[in-house]
Design a protein around this ligand. Structure first.
Ligand SMILES: [Fe+2]
Length: 344
């Protein structure tokens, strides 16, 4: 399809010459005798590839029209036609957004070279813009896909965590809702400590899975109503190690391993399985240990009835600094985080 050029000049002689020269080169040409005719052509909405503008015209002059075109139709390149052979007028036109200027009388060679060059540049700009738009759309699509994958991964992680914690609770029927409550208490402590969202997620997942090693202990032993023998107690104490071994094969659960392995450690080093002391125990672990102990004491167990929250809190206060981190104990009591266990 031939390129459409719009010529605006009040001189019929100039219009005629330009029309002949450009039509001979295969361009489709529309002639306007001034600003009014130019506006009418623009309003028709036809595709215009280039506009040639005379500067000195009755009514709106070339500069006024150039200003209008530059702000309302910035994609249409404009070439100014000037009768003044001075550099300043030409530079002014370029400064105002014209792509080039031609001095009258225009020679055929100058005209054709200038028009061809400007149309090529404009086509290049159009293609560049198209490429950039396509690239931007592609980028947006990728971002959308990525965020969809992330949220799918998030929901897969969450469902997997819930499935595992339910499995633990099904094995040990006295611990119904225990993992979720420990998770809730732990997250509340994390929030009180100003944890970031990422750290809270680790805390939540680790708390849900802290007893995953119980999968490796027999149901008969987990639900035994009579006091445990020394051997049986030792077997139960293996569950943090079993848990650590189970999750060691699951990439998704790697951040939870310290909580799973160490949630029975004590500050004074008398806990298990590694006998870690205060500074060696990560804060996440200390949080889950406190939440786990409080919820275990206030829940029914196979071998004993639940303690009241008051008695459980007394116990925790008593062992603050030896079993539990004293700052965490203070927060747990002052912020009444313990009261969150009533949710189920
Ligand atoms: Fe445990």
């Amino acid at each position: 399809m031939s390129k459409h050029i719009l010529i605006t000049d009040d001189d019929p002689g100039i219009r005629k010459i330009l029309n002949i020269l450009l039509s001979n080169e295969g361009y489709s040409v529309t002639l306007c005798d001034g600003g009014k005719a130019l506006h009418e052509q623009l309003n028709l909405g036809r595709k215009i590839d280039l506009i040639m503008l005379d500067i000195k015209m009755p009514g709106e002059d070339g500069f006024t029209l150039l200003e209008f075109l530059h702000s309302r139709h910035p994609r249409i390149p404009v070439v100014m036609l000037t009768a003044f052979n001075d550099l300043e007028t030409g530079l002014k036109a370029i400064r105002m957004g014209a792509k080039d200027y031609l001095t009258k009388p225009v020679t055929r060679e100058n005209l054709i070279t200038c028009i061809r060059l400007i149309l090529e540049m404009s086509e290049e700009e159009r293609l560049k813009e198209e490429r950039e738009t396509a690239f931007r759309h592609h980028h947006e699509e990728i971002e959308e896909q990525l965020s969809h994958s992330m949220s799918t991964l998030d929901s897969v992680t969450r469902s997997t965590l819930m499935a595992f914690s339910e499995t633990i609770e099904q094995k040990d029927r006295y611990t119904k809702g225990h993992c979720k409550r420990v998770s809730r208490l732990s997250v509340a402590l994390g929030v009180a400590l100003g944890y970031s969202d990422d750290r809270l997620e680790v805390l939540e997942g680790g708390a849900l899975l802290h007893d995953i090693g119980k999968i490796g202990i027999s149901e008969a032993l987990l639900n035994k109503r009579t006091p445990l023998t020394k051997e049986e107690y030792k077997t139960i104490q293996m569950h943090p190690l079993y848990g650590d071994r189970i999750v060691s094969h699951i990439e998704l659960f790697q951040p939870y391993r310290p909580i799973i392995r160490h949630h029975h450690e004590r500050l004074d080093g008398t806990g298990y399985p590694d006998g870690l002391k205060d500074k060696e125990i990560p804060l996440d672990v200390k949080i889950v240990t406190l939440a786990d102990t409080f919820d275990s004491m206030t829940s029914n167990r196979a071998y004993r009835k639940a303690f009241s929250p008051e008695i459980a809190l007394e116990e925790i206060r008593l062992f603050s600094g030896s079993q539990f981190d004293s700052h965490l104990v203070d927060l747990f009591i002052e912020k009444e985080i313990y009261a969150l266990t009533d949710f189920e």
